[in-house]
Design a protein around this ligand. Structure first.
Ligand SMILES: [Zn+2]
Length: 267
């Protein structure tokens, strides 16, 4: 069974390339490798050159906004022009992180959104405790014609229809396997259109509970558990259960949706 990972960070040191190769030998196909700041874009580019299934994505993550060096926006455009298959992201809004500067985050958001529209690239959005401001931005700005991903979707359900009309895709992750997130999980059956569902690991982030792991990776330097890229098969089993289909069917569904958003020829 082949699965496409809509959001991950194989460029981080916590993911040794041997783990990626093991995941590939087990059936992981395309994976969108999300850069988070100019400091890791070269590593993302290297992974893209190494294997065509490593789809590059270049973006400035809201956590990295305060330290982004001058000229990052020009460099971002350069990276996107060098890799015509590349997406924009990870970018977004985060009002949970310590000492966030909402104004600076929104300025950087608008700039990256405009770039994705201009170059017609898929866009990957991180949104934590900022859904109101995100909706305000999305309602007034031109959006990428091919759509955008709200990675590791975290609600609220009332906004799903409007977001879908705006072109949103929603990814299912290990976050939805937490017992306290049952409500979010059921949204994938009850509210999110089937043609907008994707699946992701966010590896090495979002390490699931031991029952939902296929392989282990050593923890990161701060002791955080690392999520192995092949754990996506366990997450897919849970997505399949949620949707009431077989794992083969949910893998096929998310592959088709992945192709439409990240690979299909530009409209
Ligand atoms: Zn991420």
């Amino acid at each position: 069974m082949e699965i496409f990972d809509a959001h991950c960070h194989y460029q981080f040191a916590e993911v040794p390339y041997a783990a990626v190769e093991l995941a590939r030998s087990e059936g992981v196909g395309f994976a969108v490798i999300n850069g988070s700041s100019p400091d890791d874009w070269e590593d993302v580019a290297r992974l893209a050159r190494r294997d065509g299934r490593n789809l590059p994505s270049f973006g400035l993550h809201p956590w990295d906004v305060p330290t982004a060096k001058p000229g990052w926006a020009e460099l971002l455009r350069e990276c996107l022009l060098t890799f015509p298959e590349a997406a924009v992201g990870e970018m977004g809004l985060d009002r949970w992180v310590k000492d966030f500067n909402a104004e600076a985050q929104e300025k950087v958001f608008r700039l990256q959104l405009a770039l994705a529209v201009e170059l017609n690239r898929a866009l990957t959005i991180h949104c934590v405790k900022a859904i109101g401001p995100l909706m305000e931005l999305l309602r007034v700005a031109p959006l990428p014609a091919r759509g955008f991903l709200l990675h590791s979707w975290n609600g609220p359900v009332e906004l799903v229809p409007e977001l879908s009309r705006l072109g949103a895709y929603f990814s299912f992750s290990a976050h939805h396997l937490l017992p306290r997130k049952l409500e979010l999980r059921t949204q994938f059956t009850a509210a999110i259109p089937r043609d907008r569902i994707l699946i992701e690991t966010d590896a090495p982030a979002l390490c699931p509970a031991p029952d939902y792991r296929r392989h282990e990776l050593p923890p990161g330097p701060d002791g955080t558990e690392s999520n192995h890229p092949a754990n996506i098969f366990k997450t897919n089993e849970q997505l399949a259960l949620t949707l009431g289909v077989t794992p083969e069917v949910s893998a096929e569904l998310t592959r088709a949706n992945f192709r439409r958003l990240f690979i299909s020829p530009q409209k």
